[in-house]
Design a protein around this ligand. Structure first.
Ligand code: SF4
Ligand code: SF4
Length: 366
């Protein structure tokens, strides 16, 4: 007999920090997706609409599904918040932050979680097949599947969906990758996690663009994570200043969350910052030839933005930084940076060098 407890023990052994079992049911939280899409909050993420029907019920993905095994993996490798510029906190890592530092969302500092966690999930599933006396159907997903994983994580007892839309675990906070196995086994479920945000609304108040339009509701089209990662076109001008020196993603609504203070840390080698991505200077990143920039981000989650997307973000961040060295680098056309000649990137470089960009340190435009 393959028990829920045995699966959870094995998951921990394989490197997951949390594991719980959700039943498969028509949870009310699953129904909001249609309204969220109808409001246009998915922006250009057309795949969300295309997969909406399957996202409404995991039984559309695995017919006869009875259980969802949800894992949580801590990825915060910093000794403190990486986006500490937003909080005025003092610590060794914050002291490494200068106005010319490129800020990268914590989840992207190390190896690509899709690859790392998929191999761990596959190992868990292979072990389950070996241990189970009965044959069963199953699918394993890391983020990219048509699954509303935070809903199942909540029903698997891993935590609750906070007002910042992240899954929050009362003990470990929200720096968690979620990954799951949907299966036809009728496993003993866990108890649903209870909401513990209470009257707090720090995340809503701290969001630089007002993307959290109401508690637990994100308008992606205003979210800096979406704008720097998912968006394939230009970043709307009204959001460029709010980007600050972030070049990939945004951690603000998690940094300010009391459940991340103090924050839990992971010693897993997979999530430690790569050389070159640990508090890099904007100018260092921009000056890299395309081949170099590609090699630096290869195998990390940062490949999702593509090179042109990363250069677009860097241009805006440099404009916001006012760093004279970085602004000078923007003015130098180079043959080993073909992505910088992309018309979208060129437009953002012109913005960064022009009068519209903030010049906080008195750097001259033009
Ligand atoms: S990630 Fe940043 S921009 Fe997006 S909702 Fe959170 S604080 Fe706002
Ligand atoms: S900051 Fe406050 S309201 Fe926002 S998710 Fe954290 S506890 Fe909830």
């Amino acid at each position: 007999m393959l028990t829920s407890d045995a699966i959870k023990r094995k998951a921990i052994e394989l490197g997951f920090d949390l594991c719980g079992i959700s039943p498969v049911d028509n949870f009310p939280e699953l129904t909001f997706l249609d309204e969220w899409l109808a409001r246009g909050y998915a922006g250009e993420m057309a795949y969300m609409s295309r997969s909406a029907e399957r996202r409404a019920d995991v039984r559309a993905v695995v017919p006869g599904a009875r259980s969802v095994i949800v894992t949580g993996t801590l990825y915060n490798a910093g000794s403190d918040p990486g986006d500490g510029a937003t909080q005025g906190l003092e610590s060794p890592r914050h002291q490494g932050l200068t106005p010319a530092t490129a800020i990268i969302a914590r989840y992207a500092w190390g190896d690509d979680y899709h690859d790392v966690l998929k191999s761990r999930l596959d190992a868990l599933l292979a072990w389950m097949r070996q241990e189970s006396p009965d044959a069963f159907d199953a699918r394993a997903y890391v983020d990219t599947g048509p699954v509303q994983e935070r809903v199942y994580a909540q029903y698997a007892g891993l935590g609750w969906i906070g007002k910042n839309t992240c899954l929050i675990n009362a003990e470990h906070g929200s720096w968690l990758f979620l990954a799951e196995i949907i299966c036809t086994l009728p496993l003993e479920p866990d108890t649903q996690g209870l909401e513990q945000c209470g009257t707090c609304r720090r995340c809503l108040d701290a969001c630089p663009t007002g993307a959290l339009v109401e508690p637990g509701v994100l308008d992606s089209t205003h979210c800096l994570s979406y704008l720097t990662i998912e968006l394939r076109t230009g970043i709307p001008e009204e959001h460029r200043a709010a980007l600050g020196t972030r070049v990939y993603g945004c951690d603000v609504c998690q940094d300010v969350c009391p459940y991340n203070q103090p924050s839990s840390h992971s010693a897993d080698a997979a999530w430690q910052p790569r050389r070159g991505l640990d508090l890099p200077r904007l100018v260092e990143l921009w000056q890299r030839p395309d081949t170099d920039l590609r090699a630096l981000t290869e195998g990390s989650a940062m490949t999702r933005a593509k090179l042109t997307g990363l250069r677009r973000n860097l241009a805006v961040a440099i404009g916001n930084s006012g760093d004279p060295d970085a602004l000078a680098a923007l003015r130098e056309p180079r043959t080993d940076q073909p992505s910088a000649a992309d018309p979208m990137v060129v437009e953002h470089v012109q913005w960064a060098l022009g009068p519209a960009a903030p010049k906080p340190f008195g750097a001259k435009a033009g």
